[in-house]
Design a protein around this ligand. Structure first.
Ligand SMILES: *Cc1c(COP(=O)(O)O)cnc(C)c1O
Length: 375
């Protein structure tokens, strides 16, 4: 028995019951463990194009000995101003987090109390469930439909005046489908005034040009509800290592509460500078999105040819039922240096999510899938 076992027994049951986050493996680990020279890291939806040249130049410029010695701006003033101006909101409605996952944690701590009810979907982005549970909230999950589209009626039926928070990612991670404008409006119209809507647009940049993808910000603004919209620099901007996400709150009072909960220096100074440059480099985002779109078409066609039916995707990944134990299949594919994300939530253990990578990595994935699948 460990020294702390008796102590741990006295802690909150919600904390002791938390599942670990199913984070992806690193390339180094797979390279060493399986002795492969090239790793196709397709488990975490990162941008194969990487960060933009302008960001690299900015990092070189701003990473000086004296800059590293100073505490960063605790308010990320410049970055919040840029975001506020582009989105047409007041900068005091804008929050920055150490990744948007930081903002998810801050939102859970700010808005949820033990016993509160949260409504979200399944399959889900793990942290949409783990953070609410960590503060003692009860999470009600509404399954996506069999075609992996959102079950709007099911979500509406699950909502009640007791619901404290509704959490949706649009496009959905892990599935990739998105609510259209009419469905988003219908869903928001069913939300009670005492419910905060947490709208996670981590894949906004990929979806924004697509048919019928709603202007989430405008619909939230029109809803009259309390809400928090989240976006991130980790995906289309290619900055996952730097950890910067941002949120827009329905009003500055909500943002101010969250600011009191977060750690004061949650965004490091180098990341603040780099994110500001990245935010202005729209050409890099556009090129990254075009890459993802053509890679997605290629991967979809290859999967369909193998007999799979990947869900519709407006994002930089595809989700499909592989009709066998996805964890076992993903483990076998590691031998070919291919990392994908097998789904672990109950009822979805035969599903897998694969990120759209470079052309070479996409081919490695298809080859490994053909070789390792058992059907
Ligand atoms: C990737 C992702 C995030 C978190 O991204 P950060 O790297 O923490 O900014 C949040 N929500 C969803 C749905 C995601 O897929």
């Amino acid at each position: 028995m460990s020294v702390s076992a008796a102590f741990i027994d006295t802690l909150r049951a919600e904390v002791r019951a938390l599942p670990p986050y199913n984070a992806g493996l690193s390339s180094d680990y797979v390279r060493m463990r399986h002795g492969v020279s090239r790793v196709a890291k397709l488990g975490s939806n990162e941008n194969p194009r990487g960060a933009s040249e302008r960001v690299l130049n900015e990092l070189a410029r701003s990473t000086t000995a004296s800059a590293l010695a100073l505490y960063p701006d605790p308010s990320s003033t410049k970055l919040r101003q840029l975001i506020g101006e582009r989105l047409g909101v007041a900068s005091d409605q804008v929050l920055v987090g150490n990744g948007s996952e930081d903002l998810l944690a801050i939102a859970a701590h700010t808005f949820l109390s033990p016993g509160d009810e949260v409504v979200t979907v399944i399959p889900s982005f793990g942290l949409h469930i783990i953070y609410p549970q960590s503060v003692g909230a009860r999470v009600v999950t509404v399954p996506m439909r069999a075609d992996f589209e959102f079950d709007v009626d099911g979500l509406i039926a699950a909502l009640s005046p007791r619901t404290r928070m509704l959490i949706i990612s649009n496009p959905s991670n892990p599935v990739g489908t998105a609510l259209c404008l009419a469905d988003m409006a219908r869903l928001l119209a069913a939300v009670s005034p005492g419910t905060l809507v947490l709208w996670d647009e981590a894949y906004y940049e990929y979806a924004v040009g697509e048919d019928d993808y709603p202007d989430g910000l405008a619909l939230l603004q029109a809803s009259g509800l309390p809400w928090l919209l989240l976006r991130t620099f980790s995906k289309a901007y290619g900055l996952a290592a730097l950890r910067v996400g941002y949120g827009i709150a329905s009003d500055s009072d909500l943002a101010s509460l969250m600011n009191r909960v977060r750690t004061p220096f949650n965004i490091n100074g180098i990341a603040q500078q780099a994110a500001a440059v990245a935010f202005c480099d729209e050409a890099h985002v556009t090129a990254s999105v075009l890459d993802a779109r053509s890679g997605r078409g290629y991967m979809r066609a290859a999967l369909v040819e193998l007999g799979y039916r990947p869900a519709r995707s407006l994002a930089n990944f595809l989700f499909f039922n592989c009709d066998e134990d996805a964890s076992a299949l993903a483990a076998a594919m590691l031998q070919d240096g291919v990392i994908v994300k097998p789904w672990r939530e109950a009822g979805y253990e035969t599903c897998m999510r694969v990120s759209i990578g470079s052309a070479v990595d996409n081919d490695l994935f298809i080859t490994a899938l053909k070789r390792r699948r058992s059907i």
